[in-house]
Ligand binder design. Structure first.
Ligand code: UDP
Length: 238
């Protein structure tokens, strides 16, 4: 039987991924499907850590552009990721997956604080760990949190789940001839400003030689195909 290509992964789920075709908030059916896909992968013996975004509820930058203090807006954004983390954990509970939420901001009555050693022990015990509140710092993104936690958890790869099935040389929605990259170097992604992850996250992954795969969470079975090492999405490497 074919075995998984990776033992431990960090899955970055954006707020948009939880939204599905809704314009705001959490789409329960979509979240349940994502949970089923994560469960599939854990059944292969793969350890799964998740960094959850918050853009479906609140995005700091947007509010800062409307005149709000940026740091305050970013703290609100981080709190939005905690809401998503709780929704995801609850969906996992319903789907029979055991998970733990750890937050980079302390909200002790609701979620555990981030403790690296504890998170690693959870992963080793087969529990899914959901990292909430990004890096805990304003002016950062949950993409950067994904790169950071990925390195701290010694994962084999960061998987960025998006709406598009990989990285294209131009916008596939605007150009029918857009070509998907099967593989890409971090340097090309950074220098050509390709929409992969923000530059801070890309630089962190490049410097630590942590590979990244960008794939569509809306393609059924895509997560499992990526984990099996099949041609799915775009692989970004040094
Ligand atoms: N955020 C932050 N620091 C972090 C991570 C997130 O300040 O380390 C804030 C920021 O305002 C961001 C919001 O939380 O807009 C939601 O995160 P993000 O936009 O990365 O979510 P996604 O786009 O993945 O849904």
């Amino acid at each position: 039987m074919k075995t998984a290509a990776y033992k431990r992964i960090l899955l970055k789920l954006s707020g948009e991924a939880l939204m599905g075709d809704h314009s705001y908030g959490i789409n329960r059916a979509v979240v349940e499907r994502i949970v089923a896909e994560i469960a599939d992968v854990t059944r292969l013996g793969v350890q799964v850590a998740v960094v959850i975004g918050g853009g479906n509820i609140f995005r700091g930058m947007t509010s800062a552009e409307d005149g709000m203090d940026r740091a305050t807006a970013d703290y609100m954004g981080m709190l939005a990721t905690v809401m998503n983390a709780l929704a995801l954990q609850d969906a996992m509970r319903r789907g029979g997956l055991i998970s733990r939420v750890q937050s980079a901001l302390r909200i002790d009555q609701v979620v555990e604080p981030y403790i690296r050693g504890k998170a690693i022990r959870y992963l080793e015990a087969g529990k899914v760990v959901i990292f909430a509140a990004g890096t805990g710092n304003p002016f950062f993104t949950t993409d950067t949190a994904a790169a950071l936690r990925g390195m701290e958890m010694n994962v084999d790869i960061v998987l960025k789940a998006t709406k598009v099935d990989g990285v294209y040389d131009c916008d596939p929605k605007e150009n029918a001839h857009a070509v998907r990259y099967e593989k890409l170097s971090f340097d090309t992604a950074i220098s050509q400003n390709l929409r992969v992850m923000d530059a801070t996250a890309l630089t962190l992954c490049r410097d630590q030689k942590l590979p990244l795969n960008v794939f569509s969470i809306f393609r059924p079975g895509a997560l499992k195909r990526v984990v099996m090492g099949e041609d799915e999405g775009t692989l970004v490497e040094v």
